[in-house]
Structures are given as structure tokens and as C-alpha cells.
Design a binder for this molecule. Sequence first.
Ligand code: SAM
Length: 280
Amino acid sequence: MDESTAELMETIKLVTGISLTEEKTYLLESRLSDIMSDYNLTDFKELSAKFKKGLDEEFKEKVIDRITTHETRFFRDESIFGAILERIIPEIMERKQGKIPSIRIWSAACSSGQEPYSIAIAIHERYPHLFGNIRILATDIAKETIEKAKSGIYSAFEVGRGLSEMHLSKYFNQIATGIYQVTDEIRSVIEFQQHNLISDPYPSNFDLILCRNVSYYFDLQERKNLFNKIEKALNQDSFLILGSAESITEYSRNFIIREFGLCRFYELNPSNFTLFIKGA
Ligand SMILES: C[S@@+](CC[C@H](N)C(=O)[O-])C[C@H]1O[C@@H](n2cnc3c(N)ncnc32)[C@H](O)[C@@H]1O
């Protein structure tokens, strides 16, 4: 790997936490080539220097948007929705008895919003009486991506990935040919914000955090920092869902591993031991 590529990778890691390896050099080239020509930059060294200077905010946002992978879809990994509806929400409600039953959920690294909208739709379907008590914070590092999420506007291709006909007709309005927008009611319980999991302060007091399919882009130290901060952002009796290829057990012993069907999720267990409760 040449020096300028290595320098660019180091800069990207510093800002986003994303660790790229030599095999991913082609990815940088394909994703950044049009930005380089738009800004008259001859090589990665120049791009890296401009990015580091940070004087051009729009340029910086464009690079971040381009180098991050935004793959997502509605109801991704369906089993987690069973766990949320049949285990997590009932347990949160039980623990909050006697208190104002507001349920705070954080969809961290939510990409273009399919994840938080899927959670809101699932809860509306199953617990319509609780829907008004749900507050979802949905965040992502990438500006354009979080703006798209906030708009709630999706193409026919995007709604075709994971949404049933029933969900589409009940929770979306067709605003043009092949263009759909999430209804105001569903949008009203979600707040979208740009947030960098590496460098921004974390919000807190969540009953459930979903942080799926992002930690595997980070190196061990950044993953450790991430899980440490997520743990602090959770309420005492609360839950965490990671992507199916991710795990917190190497980094913290403060969670009980739970399972519901094919979904593995974590319950914050401040008493410092790791328990495995199958199917509980
Ligand atoms: C593969 S998507 C996962 C989306 C969704 N959570 C899911 O599982 O379908 C990963 C997302 O992580 C975001 N991301 C990467 N680094 C981040 C960081 N440092 N802070 C916040 N979000 C980040 C990317 O912008 C991208 O949208």
C-alpha cells in the first residue's frame, strides 16, 4: 500500500472509527473517484490533507457519506422484531409499572431509516395503545443518509425490500409514481440526528438500544470504547440488540445473553456475571 493510501485510511479511522485494510483500497478508489475529480484533487494525499484541515464542511460530509456502507432494509433480520414485541416491550412495561410508561429506544447507526421505521411500525401494529409512549432516537454519522431517513421517502425498490403489502398500504403514502413516504403518525415518534459514535457525546436513559452492523467496521479498541459508552447510555433494566455477526461478550461482562427464536439479544445485568439463558 502506498503512503498516501495509508494516510487516508488512518484519517478515515480517526474520524469514523472505520478500519479499512489493504484489500479495501479498491473500495476507496471507486467510492471517492468522483469527489476527487469534482474537487480537482490529484491523489489520496491531497484528499486526505483537505479532509484533515476540515475547513470545507460540505466536502468532509460528502467523503464520510461515500466511505460508509449504508446497506439496510426494512425488517432486517426479522427475528429481532419478535424479540422486541414478545419479550423486550412486555418486560420493559412490567419493570416500569407505576411509573410513566414511556419507552425510550435508540437506533444507532440507523443508515437511511428503515430500522427505526420498522420498529415504530411493528410496535404500532402489536401495541397500538402504547404507540404514543414510544420515543425513538435514530442517528447516523452520514449527513445525506440521515437527511434521507428523516424525509421518510423511499423508492419502490427500497419498500420492496422487507415490507409486506399490508405494511406498505397502511403506513406509507404514495407521493409519486414509485415513490412512497412513511405516514406522519409513524414519523412523529422518531427523532433523527447526525451522530458520530466515535467522537460525539452519547445520549442516555434508553430502555432499548439497537446498534446493528456497524461495530464490525471498528477495530478492537474502538469496539471496546463503543460498547462501554453504549452500556452507560442504557437504563438499569434495559436491552441491547446487535447485528447477528456481532457480540458484546468479549468486551463486557455486564450483560445477560438472551434468546428469542433466532434472535440473540442482551439484557444489562449490572451484577457482573455473564449468564446464558436459552429461550428465556
Ligand atoms: C451497514 S449500515 C447498518 C444500518 C442498520 N443499523 C442496519 O443494520 O440495517 C452501517 C451504518 O453505520 C454508519 N456508521 C459508520 N460509522 C459510524 C460512526 N462512527 N458513527 C455513527 N454511524 C456510523 C454508516 O453511516 C452506516 O449507515
